[in-house]
Design a protein. Structure first.
Length: 278
């Protein structure tokens, strides 16, 4: 829904998008492009969370000589920024394949534009591997990383507004005297942080989605700035808030599960290390 609302045509609102996708593509339409993100999400999340936590530990070691010291706000900002940069390197090709697969059945109805020799409404790509290989062959590495600039502008501030609110909310709602937050505190803090992060990241998410969807049938945008200008000129400021409801609502449960899984996994591994090395 997010991709169709942000980069597609003819969807008035979220409900209309849901009904249109279901009417035209049945239930399977809601799961297009899922396999590639599903196969890579574990690696992506572990790298991002690992880079964030290890950068914090490194900064605490350099500043105070103690890697376990509670990080300062400046350290969290820098660690979040590094995690954002790393996420772009891993996430851009995955997002591009997902969006291309989701958008290849979206009919292009703008007149007076010569389309590629493909009939709109029929599949351009047979699956994620074929999509990746086709884009790499036709557009090169630059094609695989199309939208990386917009994703960088989305993820660097996005991760700052992801990890920092989580840390503060988690500390705020954890009862005094507790050494570590309980699962309910982690779940709530993670959900709130995810909703904040995805809600504020929506404008650049729209730009990224449009850049990566561009190329299924034609190449409309020359780059990030051109996409911003064209989108604003054609549809006004409101275009940058397309899909904000879906992003915010989705951000809560996804981030709750992410942080809860991360924190519980760390506790389990630390417990195993303690039992193995008393």
């Amino acid at each position: 829904l997010q991709t169709r609302l942000q980069a597609g045509q003819g969807y008035g609102n979220t409900l209309n998008c849901v009904l249109t996708v279901y009417r035209n593509e049945s239930v399977a339409g809601f799961f297009k492009g899922m396999s590639f993100p599903l196969a890579s999400i574990a690696v992506y999340s572990s790298v991002v969370f690992g880079v964030f936590s290890n950068t914090q530990r490194l900064l605490s070691q350099l500043r105070h000589g103690d890697p376990s010291r509670t990080p300062e706000l400046a350290d969290m900002v820098l660690a979040s920024t590094v995690a954002g940069f790393v996420s772009v390197g891993i996430g851009t090709p995955v997002d591009l394949v997902k969006i291309r697969l989701q958008m290849q059945t979206q009919p292009y109805i703008e007149a007076n534009i010569k389309l590629k020799p493909t009939v709109p409404g029929f599949p351009v790509y047979r699956g994620p591997i074929h999509c990746f290989r086709t884009v790499l062959q036709k557009e090169g590495i630059a094609g695989i990383y199309r939208g990386a600039g917009a994703m960088l502008l989305r993820d660097v501030p996005g991760y700052c507004l992801y990890f920092i609110p989580y840390t503060f909310f988690c500390g705020w709602i954890t009862p005094d005297g507790c050494i570590s937050p309980n699962p309910s505190s982690i779940w709530l803090a993670g959900g709130v942080a995810g909703a904040i992060s995805w809600g504020t990241a929506t404008p650049m998410d729209v730009v990224k989605s449009r850049l990566q969807a561009d190329g299924v049938y034609l190449n409309k945008y020359k780059g990030t700035l051109d996409c911003i200008l064209q989108s604003y000129q054609n549809e006004g400021l409101k275009v940058f808030f397309r899909g904000i409801t879906v992003n915010t609502v989705r951000g809560f449960p996804v981030s709750s599960a992410m942080f809860l899984g991360y924190e519980l996994s760390l506790k389990a591994m630390k417990r195993d290390q303690t039992e193995t090395n008393p």
